[in-house]
Every structure is written in structure tokens, then in C-alpha cells.
Write a protein that binds this ligand. Structure first.
Ligand code: DLL
Length: 434
């Protein structure tokens, strides 16, 4: 189902016209109402009235995470805090969180964007949606809650954690849609088997998964365990939360809500445009979120864009699954490694389970890459011969893709740490900043 036919299937030329109108308005508004932008633009000699084409966006200075941190908590607001309807925050790695604020109008936009992505994955008014993201400052739970509610679905605000109870609720309340991180969905699938449930006794049909990277191989694993259609959706608190983009049932990229977010794809080093079809850093501009406008935000997320028509009828540009973030790319002995490449190799192999950890250390100035992965069948651990040959096979497959020797450790099923929210799979212990 297409939630907003007019805007989601708008001819490309019309969309560009709409984006330009909204963009011109947004830039002037931000300059006039947010002292942070006024100062930034004056310092850079940029005149907000000089935007005549979408290409003129290139004249505008970027906004980066540090700008939000330096202007904590309310420095990017265009309205007094009392005019806000909602305040969320995302926890940073250190120090103060990044605060994100919504006026009543912004809430309407956000809700619609989430409703669109849920509808595009097939959610409808008859669904029972279990939201297993943590409720609180995190944008994921309430964002998806509102979006699915807008479609008329029934919502179970389960929040994250207490996995056995999640599964019991899922079965007893006849949940049809699961909203969570992909890694938590996989864990739910594993626990379901371990607790002796049969997935055939559940009514689950769709998973709306986002907030962290997941490869197609990981979606396959989830599909095998939960027998559902798996959707990947993307967003970030700084821009709005979930609802920037999401996969439709064709699963050929995540449709960007381009009437609300203007995407650019740049080379992180040269800051030049990257041609369509090549990987680059996504830079986003809010076109309709006025409470806290975010203009040319460098997301650090690495993706590709695709503007070919989609069979679903939506005309929006699609972004590929994230290759990773520019800041989680590991450089191991000079070789660039994205954790998603490792995940793809591992999860293509039927002998390994869905959970793994990547550990990087440095010994005598040499980087060492180690991968710990759970075997799918625990009985293998008693057969030394089979174990060694599986280890060699994984090493070989990783070397073929990464061109690196990787130390592989095999672990028992369910022995690695599970996460109820975003998972942590990479442990870089090199202290590169010291
Ligand atoms: O994770 C918003 C969200 C909630 C999106 C629920 C989708 C579903 P933050 O906590 O601010 O916001 O984290 C944003 O998470 O810059 C990406 O690096 C990563 N991320 C989000 N969605 C995906 C995805 C929410 N589908 C950061 N695939 C972003 C890969 C994702 N990474």
C-alpha cells in the first residue's frame, strides 16, 4: 500500500521542483530564526537568498555532529522550547546526548514518514504491532509506534528486554509485526527455538528492522527463523529518527522520503558528488522539519543511491543497505575493512550461527584481526577434525574477500553476548588515539 500516493509517486521533475521550493524556504527560515545558522552562513559569506537551483546547495557549509553537541541543548531551535511538542535524545559515545526537538508540525511529518515506511513493507490496519525497541529518549520506539498507529494498526508497546516475555506476548497476543533491531530479532528467533516454541504457532508476518546495519545474509537468517518478510529502514535522530527511508516489498533499496529529506552523496575526503551507483557519504537536509532545521548534515553513513524506477510505483530515490559508517571502517595493515563485509561472508555459511564479534588488536606494531563466531550446531565442538576444517574454511572465505589473514575462533551456540537494542560487534582494542 502506498500511504501518500501524491507525494510518493510524484514524477521526478515535479519532485525536484517541490524540493527546490522547500529548500529555499528552509534555508531562509533557518538563517532568520536560528542564530547558529546565521553566524555560520555569515562567516562563510553565504547569502540564503542566492539559492536558485538545487545545485546551489553546494555553497552551503555542512552541519556536523559536533555542531549539535556544541549547541547543546537548544542551540539549533527556531522556536522557544515551550513551543515544542516532543524532545528526544540520542546517547553519544561520551558526554552529553544529542537533543532532538519536534514541534507539532514536525511530529506530523515524522509520523507520516514512519507510516509510509510501515505501509511500504505491507503493514495495514489489521496488524498487531509489537514494538520491541526501548521506549524512552531513543527515537525508534515512539517513532515507529506513531507511524504504525497512524495506519490503524494495534500497538503493543513491549519495549526491549525480557526476551522470554516478548515471545510469550508475541504468541498469546497474536503479534503480526515485529519492530526491533535486526540483531534483536535474530536473538528472539534463537530463543524461540531454544524454548521449544514452534514458529507455526505464531502469526508473525512482517519485521520492521532498523537502527543498525544488517546484511541480506542476516535478513535471510531472520527469515529462516521467524518466517517473515524482513524490511530494513533507516533514520537518525539528528534528522528526525526512523522514517528517513525504508524498503518496500520489492526489497531493492530503501525509498528516501525525498519530499522531506534532500539527499546528497559525497566523497568523504574530496566532498565532491559521487556518481549514482557508487558508494559515498550520505548528506541530508530537512525540508519540512522547522522546529530544529538540519541543513547539509554529514551522516558519516556510507551508501549508494539508485534512481531507476521501482516496481512498487514509488518514484523516490533509493539508498542501498549501509556499507557501514565512515567512522567504523577499520584499517587493518592498510586494508580497508567494513564489518558488513565480514558479516556477509560469515552468514553465507550454513555451519555458522548469526552472532559474531570482531576484535582488533595491535602487537609489535602489527594489526591483528580476530573473528569469534558461533557454530550453528554445538555438537561440532566435540569433533576436532570437523572443527579445524570449518575454521580453515571461514579463514579462506574471509581472506578471499578481505585479502587479509584473519584469526578465527569458534564458539558455542548462544555463548556470545546478545543485545536488546543496537548490537556491538566490533572491539577495536588498538588505542589508536594514544
Ligand atoms: O537509530 C533511528 C532509527 C530508529 C532508525 C529505528 C531506524 C529504526 P540513532 O540512534 O541516532 O537513530 O542512530 C542513527 O544508526 O546514522 C546509522 O549509522 C545507524 N542506522 C540507522 N538505521 C540503520 C539501518 C536511529 N537501517 C544511526 N542500517 C545512523 C544501518 C542504520 N544503520
Amino acid at each position: 500500500m502506498i500511504y501518500n500516493k501524491k507525494e510518493e509517486t510524484m514524477p521526478r521533475e515535479e519532485m525536484r521542483k517541490l524540493q527546490l521550493e522547500r529548500f529555499q524556504k528552509m534555508v531562509k527560515f533557518a538563517y532568520e530564526k536560528v542564530p547558529f545558522y546565521k553566524k555560520k552562513y555569515d562567516d562563510a559569506g553565504f547569502d540564503p537568498n542566492s539559492i536558485k537551483t538545487l545545485n546551489d546547495i553546494k555553497k552551503i557549509p555542512f552541519t556536523v555532529k559536533a555542531d549539535l553537541r556544541d549547541n547543546y541543548p537548544y542551540g539549533l531551535l527556531s522556536v522557544p522550547p515551550s513551543k515544542l511538542m516532543r524532545i528526544h535524545a540520542s546517547s553519544g559515545t561520551s558526554g552529553k546526548p544529542t537533543v532532538v526537538c519536534y514541534t507539532k508540525d514536525d511530529m506530523r511529518v515524522w509520523t507520516e514518514c514512519c507510516a509510509r515506511l510501515a505501509a511500504s513493507a505491507g503493514v495495514n490496519k489489521n496488524d498487531i504491532v509489537q514494538v520491541s525497541f526501548g521506549y524512552g529518549l531513543f527515537t525508534g520506539a515512539l517513532g515507529m509506534h506513531q507511524g504504525c498507529e497512524k495506519l490503524g494498526a494495534s500497538i503493543i508497546p513491549a519495549s526491549s528486554g525480557n526476551t522470554e516475555r516478548q515471545i510469550m506476548l508475541m504468541k498469546d497476543l497474536q503479534t503480526t509485526v515485529l519492530v526491533s533491531t535486526p540483531s534483536y530479532a535474530l536473538y528472539i528467533g534463537e530463543m524461540l527455538e531454544k524454548l521449544g516454541y514452534d514458529i507455526k504457532d505464531f502469526k508473525l508476518r512482517i519485521g520492521l528492522f532498523g537502527s543498525e546495519s544488517s546484511t541480506p545474509e542476516m535478513h535471510n537468517e531472520i527469515k529462516k527463523k521467524l518466517h517473515i518478510f524482513t524490511n530494513d529502514n533507516y533514520g537518525l535522530s539528528e534528522l528526525i529518527g526512523p522514517g528517513v527511508s525504508g524498503e518496500c516489498t520489492e526489497k531493492c533499496g530503501m525509498h528516501i522520503n525525498e519530499d522531506h529529506f534532500y539527499p546528497e552523496l559525497l566523497d568523504s575526503d574530496t566532498l565532491e558528488d559521487v556518481p549514482i551507483g557508487s558508494y559515498g557519504e550520505l548528506v541530508l537536509t530537512t525540508l519540512t522539519k522547522f522546529g530544529m532545521p538540519i541543513i547539509r548534515y554529514r551522516t558519516k553513513d556510507i551508501t549508494k543511491l539508485d534512481d531507476t524506477p521501482c516496481k512498487c510505483g514509488r518514484t523516490s530515490v533509493r539508498m542501498s543497505k549501509l556499507k557501514g559508517r565512515s567512522d567504523d571502517m577499520l584499517i587493518i595493515r592498510g586494508v580497508n575493512v567494513f564489518p558488513s563485509q565480514i558479516e556477509s561472508v560469515l552468514l553465507k555459511m550454513a555451519e555458522v550461527g548469526g552472532q559474531y564479534e570482531i576484535i582488533v588488536t595491535r602487537e609489535n606494531y602489527m594489526d591483528k584481526l580476530e573473528v569469534i563466531v558461533e557454530v550453528a550446531d554445538g555438537s561440532l565442538l566435540t569433533d576436532l577434525h570437523k572443527l579445524n576444517s570449518l575454521r580453515d574454511k571461514i579463514k579462506h572465505n574471509l581472506k578471499t574477500i578481505l585479502q587479509l589473514d584473519v584469526n578465527v575462533k569458534l564458539a558455542e551456540p548462544l555463548s556470545l553476548k546478545r543485545y536488546e537494542g543496537k548490537s556491538k560487534r566490533v572491539f577495536d582494542n588498538r588505542n589508536l588515539n594514544n
